[in-house]
Design a protein around this ligand. Structure first.
Ligand SMILES: C[S@@+](CC[C@H](N)C(=O)[O-])C[C@H]1O[C@@H](n2cnc3c(N)ncnc32)[C@H](O)[C@@H]1O
Length: 280
């Protein structure tokens, strides 16, 4: 197990391949569009959502959609898998080295489990979905570590935090932020961090235009644009957003010093990059 002794709880029996560094199986390359699409076609874990349930979720608002999905979310490839978190942990710091941390769009608290043993004081998750927060509260209750766990319901574009955290993370959720809201999102994260605090998240460069990943993502986005034109309220979820180098540029414009860990997830997912942005 990597990550300075951090052990991440993973639902037993999930997935199609063996998770790296964990006895429990997990999805091989989550955060990748191809996998999500393939698995959405009815190949989820038996305890995961059916095709009908996923369709119902996609026809609801973002918040309601996640409320509906919450009980089964951990059996989908949308939950950030343990190997991503385990490989991120060493970049956050050794056990007890961080005062307090914020998980932005925490969902069912996958990253909160990773953060708890690294923190001394508090780990706070914020998410708009009450359903996801309730499942998160249950799932993280026994997570190793002493830091206080807190769950806040709210929109990450309007967070109630003022220079309170040493670290903020965000996994699997940047696609829920519209490009026009990205600057505001960064401002909100910046406000939540103390000076010197770090914003840590995973993203990638734009896939090659000749790749299947690129065109599948474009196709998915086109379908979402049509869905959101025809149906209200919208479900905000687009691929190929908050990518490098644009995300780096925007963070630097908001007075962050940015380091891109190019090999943080190699060899498992070399296309995935870990960004560590320090608030100046
Ligand atoms: C794909 S899940 C990821 C959850 C978790 N970070 C993980 O990696 O397993 C995305 C989460 O973002 C939340 N979300 C989406 N837009 C949001 C917003 N504007 N404010 C707060 N939460 C939001 C959803 O409710 C959902 O729980």
């Amino acid at each position: 197990m990597s990550g300075e002794g951090v052990t991440i709880d993973e639902p037993k029996g999930v997935g199609v391949a063996i998770g790296k560094g964990s006895e429990l199986p997990s999805y091989p390359r989550a955060l990748e569009f191809d996998d999500a699409l393939e698995l959405n076609g009815g190949m989820f874990h038996p305890q995961g959502p059916t095709f009908f349930e996923l369709a119902r979720q996609a026809l609801s608002s973002t918040e309601r959609g996640y409320d509906l999905l919450a009980p089964k979310f951990d059996y989908t490839p949308f939950r950030t898998p343990s190997w991503v978190l385990e490989q991120t942990a060493p970049h956050v710091g050794p056990p007890n080295s961080v005062g307090s941390a914020l998980d932005v769009c925490c969902g069912t608290g996958a990253a909160m489990q990773m953060l708890r043993p690294l923190c001394r004081d508090r780990v706070t998750g914020i998410d708009m979905s009450q359903g996801m927060l309730e499942v998160g509260r249950e799932k993280t209750a026994g997570a190793p570590g002493q830091a206080k766990l807190e769950f806040t319901r709210g929109d990450v574009l309007d967070m109630p935090f003022e220079e309170e955290f040493d670290v903020a993370v965000c996994f699997g959720a940047c696609g829920h932020i519209l490009p026009r809201d990205e600057a505001r999102f960064i401002e909100q994260v910046r406000n939540a961090l103390r000076p010197g605090g770090r914003f840590i998240f995973a993203t990638s460069y734009l896939p090659r235009k000749l790749s299947a990943t690129y065109w599948l993502a474009r196709g998915f986005n086109a379908a979402m644009h049509v869905r959101n034109l025809l149906i209200r309220p919208p479900f905000i979820m687009y691929y190929l957003t908050f990518l490098l180098p644009g995300a780096r540029r925007m963070l630097e414009e908001h007075d962050f010093s940015v380091e891109v860990k190019e090999d943080a997830f190699a060899p498992t997912a070399p296309q995935l990059k870990l960004v560590v942005a320090t608030r100046n």
